[in-house]
Write a protein that binds this ligand. Structure first.
Ligand code: GDP
Ligand code: IMO
Ligand code: MG
Length: 425
């Protein structure tokens, strides 16, 4: 079995959690390679709903080994809360959760800087999750970050934390008139966290490359989505990591030649949480209808998600930058009641037609959209498990998407439960 990447091809929340839970069966390892607890991956099993933020969605399968790679930023407090929550649901991570010793650690000053910077941005705010993700990655790039391995070495931890707190306090006071943090308080909290997480910390790059050598299959679980990628998304309205497939190698140390396939997950429409351009965003009336039907509220922050038509232009670009060869379409059922459905196939800006997405915010905010309209099916699809049983117009919609993307649809989801899934033969 080959190693594959499963990632979001829109603005996140495509249903990756459900898809990874289904795919996990065929893999030994499930690995997160970027992002942090800004992610919220939902898996529904019977009456139970699990929302994973840091721990890979494969954890719900008893025997899967889950890895948090070096590219992830880890808030130990959030990690401990997640482990405890799983334990209260009867799921033990002991012996099958590994956290990279090179992963960077989120500290309270990261969260506060995230929040205060957002507040000060007013009109130009990004709408972050305020989990400290951006400031933590900024420290990593500035080479002053603190890694999981530093947590294990008291002298190094003290030295680095002291320096960081001194610097951050000056910034917080000068820019935001915020009193700052006491070294003793933060240090005490983090040595407490260390006791609870230390057994999970290891060299995950070696662990994963040993798995490659032994031909134990690895599933790389993307967080966020392609349009939130730091390089390929709608910058600056993005997250601070590479959520695209290239991030899987960088964020784990498994070389690209060991990854054989990239699967893109898309919703049958589009959503985005937070600020930034969104060309196919609905008008208010249909927005409310789809948001309610699709329960489009953030799994991490509870914020209402902005909703819009399927943007083939955008997903085509995602297929290109990720090397996606297979697509999973989720939440088809949310469109069940619509009379007509639109698909965006291009943007027109200053007389020029763009049939490929562009990261140029000026174009995205001011373009005219080129739409195709297809007939809705107005039938309940939530109980359907065979492609041929889907209403004809639903099949036509999927065929059209497949043709526009020039990429095969391999799985269709018509509800949040495991069973509400159609495998395309
Ligand atoms: P992720 O971040 O990509 O894992 O997605 P989220 O968990 O943030 O959001 C997806 C939401 O849609 C979750 O509440 C899922 O339970 C739900 N969901 C997933 N697939 C389907 C589907 O096919 N139909 C419906 N109605 N809901 C779905
Ligand atoms: P999953 O993995 C949807 C968005 C935030 C904000 C931007 C930057 O569940 O799909 P950040 O806190 O990362 O600095 O915020 O990115 N964002 C997400 N949107 N799904 C996610 O994760 C997201 N993670 C971050 O809303 O617009
Ligand atoms: Mg989510």
């Amino acid at each position: 079995m080959a190693n594959i990447v499963v990632l979001g091809a829109q603005w996140g929340d495509e249903g990756k959690g459900k898809v990874i839970d289904i795919f996990a069966k065929g893999f030994t390892y499930v690995v997160r390679y970027q992002g942090g607890n800004n992610a919220g991956h939902t898996v529904v099993i019977g009456d139970e709903k699990f929302i994973l933020h840091l721990i890979p969605s494969g954890i719900l399968h008893e025997k899967k080994i889950c890895v948090i790679g070096n590219g992830v930023v880890v808030d130990p407090k959030a990690l401990i809360e997640e482990i405890d929550k799983l334990a209260s649901g009867g799921i033990s991570v002991k012996g099958r959760l590994f956290v990279s010793s090179s992963a960077h650690v989120i500290f309270p000053y990261h969260r506060v800087i995230d929040e205060l910077r957002e507040k000060s941005r007013k009109k130009s705010k990004i709408g972050t999750t305020k989990k400290g993700i951006g400031p933590c990655y900024a420290d990593k790039v500035s080479r002053c970050g603190i890694r999981m391995m530093d947590l294990l070495n008291d002298d190094i931890l003290k030295e680095k934390l002291e320096k960081n707190i001194e610097e951050k306090n000056k910034i917080l006071k000068a820019l935001y008139d915020f009193e700052g943090f006491s070294f003793d308080g933060v240090y005490r909290d983090y040595i407490g966290f260390r006791e609870k997480v230390k057994d999970f910390i290891c060299d995950t790059t070696s662990l994963l490359n040993d798995a490659v050598e032994k031909r134990k299959p690895i599933l790389f679980e993307g967080a966020q989505g392609t349009m939130l990628d730091l390089d390929y998304g709608t910058y600056p309205f993005v997250t601070s990591s590479n959520s695209t497939s290239g991030g899987a190698s960088i964020g784990t140390g498994v070389g690209p030649t060991h990854i054989s396939k990239v699967v893109g997950v898309v919703k049958a429409y589009t959503t985005r949480v937070g600020e930034g351009p969104f060309p196919t965003e609905f008008d208010e009336d249909i927005m409310e209808k789809i948001r309610t039907k699709g329960s489009e509220f953030g799994a991490t922050t509870g914020r209402p998600r902005r909703c819009g038509w399927f943007d083939a232009c955008l997903v085509k670009y995602s297929c290109m930058v990720n090397g996606i060869s297979e697509i999973v379409v989720t939440k088809l059922d949310v469109l069940d009641e619509l009379e007509t459905i639109k698909i965006c196939t291009g943007y027109k800006y200053k007389g020029k037609i763009y049939d490929r997405f562009t990261g140029d915010i000026e174009i995205l905010n001011n373009c005219e959209l080129i739409y195709e309209e297809v007939k809705g099916w107005q039938k309940d699809t939530t109980g359907i498990t065979l492609l041929k049983k889907l209403p004809g117009n639903a099949q036509n919609y999927l065929k059209r998407i497949q043709k526009l993307l020039k990429t095969k649809i391999v799985l269709i989801s018509v509800g949040s439960e495991r069973e509400q899934t159609i495998t395309v033969e």
